[in-house]
Design a protein around this ligand. Structure first.
Ligand SMILES: [Zn+2]
Length: 131
């Protein structure tokens, strides 16, 4: 048992792997453009990676938006700039509460973090819609 593979003893062993440094995985990125594969499902999926904790209590109580609107009234709308125009866009339950939606969503202008005022309004609506 005399394995002399001394990895910690850095006596000149480093730098011997220089020749392989060219196979950088990121090099493959810019190669071929123009292949969009628009039919790919995951390409249109949008994930909210920073879910608002204010909406978390309602996640398990969600029903269909139509049903919730029947209970609590129309879903709150917020002013959003869409294609350079200011519009009133309904909050997106899928993105804001469930954490996933699609870029084809009609409410995708709301696929952004809510401001504190908007959080109050939307959380209040969710509370009434799910109680
Ligand atoms: Zn959406």
């Amino acid at each position: 048992m005399q394995t002399v593979v001394d990895r910690t003893g850095s006596t000149g062993g480093t730098g011997s792997t220089d020749g392989t440094g060219r196979s950088d995985p990121s090099a493959g990125r810019g190669g071929r453009g123009g292949r969009g594969t628009p039919s790919n499902r995951s390409a249109s999926a949008v994930t909210n990676t920073s879910l608002n904790p204010a909406y978390a209590p309602f996640l398990s109580k969600l029903t269909r938006v139509a049903d919730m609107e029947e209970k609590a009234g129309p879903i709150p709308k917020f002013s959003r700039t869409v294609n350079g125009t200011l519009q009133e866009v309904p909050a997106c339950v899928g993105y804001q509460v469930r954490g996933n939606c699609s870029i084809n969503c009609p409410r995708n202008a709301d696929h952004v973090p809510h401001m504190p005022e908007q959080i109050n309004i939307f959380a209040d609506w969710l509370r009434r819609a799910t109680e």
